[in-house]
Design a protein around this ligand. Structure first.
Ligand SMILES: C[S@@+](CC[C@H](N)C(=O)[O-])C[C@H]1O[C@@H](n2cnc3c(N)ncnc32)[C@H](O)[C@@H]1O
Length: 198
């Protein structure tokens, strides 16, 4: 089967963000996520896409964005080029998280349901990989629709839904000392959950 992202242009991805309630300016998820961050900290965004969040995060944090789809990164790069940003190769990388090597991140962000794009059998490995890339007091932040709410699933996608309540008994075994869930509602009434692991 082909990659479903091949059929989604960068501008269509932006429209999808609007549909799920994350297309506002500033984005509702960003407002919530920023409450968990400290200015200047080192952040990795896994699946930064068109830079919906990244272009804003890079203003206040030491930001690194990675994505495995070139068409979105090109879109993000163009935005930054227009702003006169010359160092984008230092912090934007065309690579999958599975192949990415890095360390010392204060936050690793899996925004907008990105964790659900990893097969269920691999999600624990992905969380462990992220954990090993954190700084001593680092944390992982995951943003997903809350349990019992609508999931937008564009054609061709198979999503491995991720809910805090299904995972909470496993986090300690994986190596996280602390974990919590926060919920928020988007402007179009969708309830989402943010999971914080540290
Ligand atoms: C739903 S979009 C989110 C884009 C952006 N973070 C946002 O919030 O607007 C998911 C993104 O994750 C990327 N992605 C999916 N799996 C990935 C992986 N294994 N490694 C890196 N990027 C991945 C996709 O290419 C896509 O750009």
């Amino acid at each position: 089967m082909g990659d479903p992202y091949d059929a989604i242009s960068p501008s269509e991805l932006q429209k999808e963000a609007k549909k799920v309630g994350l297309g506002e300016s500033p984005p509702t998820d960003l407002i919530q996520i920023k409450k968990l961050l400290t200015n200047g900290e080192k952040i990795l965004e896994v699946g930064c896409g068109t830079g919906r969040l990244g272009k804003l995060l890079m203003k206040d944090y030491d930001y690194v964005g990675i994505d495995k789809h070139k068409q979105y990164l090109e879109y993000f790069r163009e935005i930054l080029r227009k702003k006169g940003e010359k160092n984008q190769n230092k912090f934007l990388h065309h690579i999958s998280f599975e192949n990415f090597q890095g360390k010392g991140f204060d936050t690793i962000l899996f925004p907008w349901s990105v964790i659900t794009e990893f097969e269920q059998k691999n999600q624990e490995f992905i969380l462990k990989k992220a954990k090993n890339m954190l700084s001593e007091k680092g944390k992982i932040i995951l943003d997903n629709p809350a349990k019992g709410t609508i999931y937008n699933t564009p054609k061709g996608f198979i999503l491995a839904k991720f809910y805090y309540d299904d995972w909470k008994s496993k986090f300690q075994k994986i190596g996280f000392k602390e974990h919590k869930k926060l919920t928020y509602t988007t402007h179009n009434g969708r309830v989402r959950e943010i999971v914080v692991l540290s």
